[in-house]
Design a protein around this ligand. Structure first.
Ligand code: SF4
Ligand code: SF4
Length: 443
């Protein structure tokens, strides 16, 4: 893509983009899966509409200058979720629209409340931990002021933006006993004794663990439980010291040099660790990291495999019964980025008593999109509300998902609804609980 916003720099670039755009046959199949079109009903906020605008930009002379602000907004608000690519019969890549940001010109992102300097640093664990602690304080203050339904009561009022910021920071229950007590209460069964998950006498495979900065910074307890679950299923999990952010946030924040430096740091750590030559997989926890680490290619010492996929393939012990209705949200970087659809469903269906529910519009993004939601908070909240309403409409007792950004966005969307709605927890936490109950039942 051109390197100067608002201008097409070379004829070659123009021709390449034009050839890609010509693949679009205007069929419209991509509209019903595009979260920004679903939320706004505006054709210019759809994949097809954005492609038309991009084509018009390409056809305009370079000296025409930056595009109209409405055109910039339509292009800049593409989440890059790849839902459109997944259904497009002509293979028009969503990357085309992501790249169109370079053409859209600066200055049209919404006022965010999150300073860009902070947004750029959200791939650093100390920053994430501070953000998590501040959000917890904010939620405590709002709960004290507005009561248990603080998020819904704050929606649309003067505290609405603060409540959204505090409510959308990903979080999970810290202590195992808190999680177990919460889920026991939710289905009303007998108390489940809390213990460590047993591991098999012989481990099936050594795997390298890549949690990602958001999981380690904001969800360390859920991350620990997921590692334990992998061990229960026969994974000898090793954690090379020095691994850092995968670089996805920097890449999406238009910091390619930082993304490349993070990648090189990770690859150097993996090369240094003497335990790694025996590893069968680099297991990633967050869906966004999975795509980024997968893009390291053959420089990785072992293939990248998502943790949920690894678990689904493993000949693991039986889960115990969890009599709950559970709605599943697929993160875009899992569903569209890695084709992970069957595996989480197979795991949930393997839990006795659990009823798996599918929301309408399962392909549509929740509106988190990494740093996208920070740049477009108003639209992100609209998209999130739509997703939350569809998840709540399933009648589920509980929602689960497997990506930190989705977890925070959906938690906030559900809590902001003007009626009681289910909570959302990490998919790994629910599976860990089912494994714990399996051990209890002597399976
Ligand atoms: S699905 Fe593909 S070909 Fe059809 S309108 Fe969308 S981008 Fe164009
Ligand atoms: S990448 Fe996502 S947000 Fe962007 S046009 Fe495609 S479906 Fe819509």
């Amino acid at each position: 893509m051109p390197d100067r916003p608002g201008l097409i720099t070379t004829e070659e670039t123009r021709r390449e983009l034009d050839a890609l755009l010509r693949r679009c046959v205007q069929c419209g199949l991509c509209l019903p899966v595009c979260a920004t079109w679903l939320a706004t009903g505006d054709e210019t906020m759809s994949p097809r509409g954005r492609l038309v605008l991009l084509g018009e930009l390409l056809a305009s002379p370079a000296e025409a200058g930056p595009p109209d602000p409405s055109v910039s907004r339509a292009l800049l608000t593409c989440i890059g979720c790849q839902a459109c690519t997944a259904v497009c019969p002509s293979g028009v890549p969503a990357a085309l629209l992501e790249g169109a940001v370079a053409l859209a010109g600066p200055g049209t992102a919404e006022r965010t409340g999150v300073p860009p300097a902070l947004a750029r640093r959200l791939d650093r664990q100390p920053v994430l931990r501070t953000v998590g602690a501040l959000a917890a304080v904010g939620r405590g203050v709002l709960r004290a002021a507005l009561g248990p339904r603080w998020r819904a009561r704050a929606a649309g009022g003067p505290l609405g933006q603060l409540a959204r910021l505090a409510g959308s920071v990903p979080r999970s229950l810290r202590a195992d006993r808190e999680l177990v007590a919460y889920l026991d209460r939710l289905h009303g069964g007998a108390r489940t004794p809390v213990a460590r998950l047993a591991t098999p006498a012989t481990m099936r495979e050594r795997v390298v663990w890549f949690a990602g900065c958001a999981n380690e910074g904001l969800l360390p307890h859920a991350s620990h439980r997921l590692r334990e679950l992998l061990g229960w299923a026969g994974a000898d999990v090793i954690q090379p010291p020095g691994l850092t952010c995968c670089g996805a946030l920097a890449a999406h924040g238009e910091q390619p040099a930082r993304a490349a430096a993070l990648r090189e740091q990770n690859l150097a750590c993996l090369q240094r660790d003497t335990r790694i030559p025996g590893a069968g997989a680099v297991v990633t926890e967050a869906a966004g990291c999975g795509v980024a680490i997968g893009n390291y290619g053959d420089r990785l010492p072992a293939p990248q495999v998502d943790a949920i996929v690894w678990l689904a393939r493993a000949p693991r012990p039986a889960f115990g019964a969890v009599p709950l209705k559970v709605a599943l949200h697929d993160p875009c970087h899992a569903r569209h980025g890695q084709g992970i659809i069957a595996e989480p469903r197979a795991l949930l269906r393997a839990v006795p008593g659990l009823v798996l529910l599918e929301p309408d519009e399962p392909e549509a993004c929740c509106g988190s999109g990494g740093a996208w939601g920070l740049r477009h908070p108003g639209l992100s909240a609209e998209v999130g509300e739509r997703k939350a309403r569809r998840l709540a409409a399933t009648g589920a007792d509980l929602v689960v998902t497997a990506n930190p950004g989705c977890l925070g966005q959906i938690a906030d969307g559900l809590a902001a609804l003007p009626f009681p709605a289910p909570a959302v927890i990490p998919l790994g936490d629910l599976l860990w609980y089912a494994a714990l109950r399996g051990g209890r039942e002597g399976n």
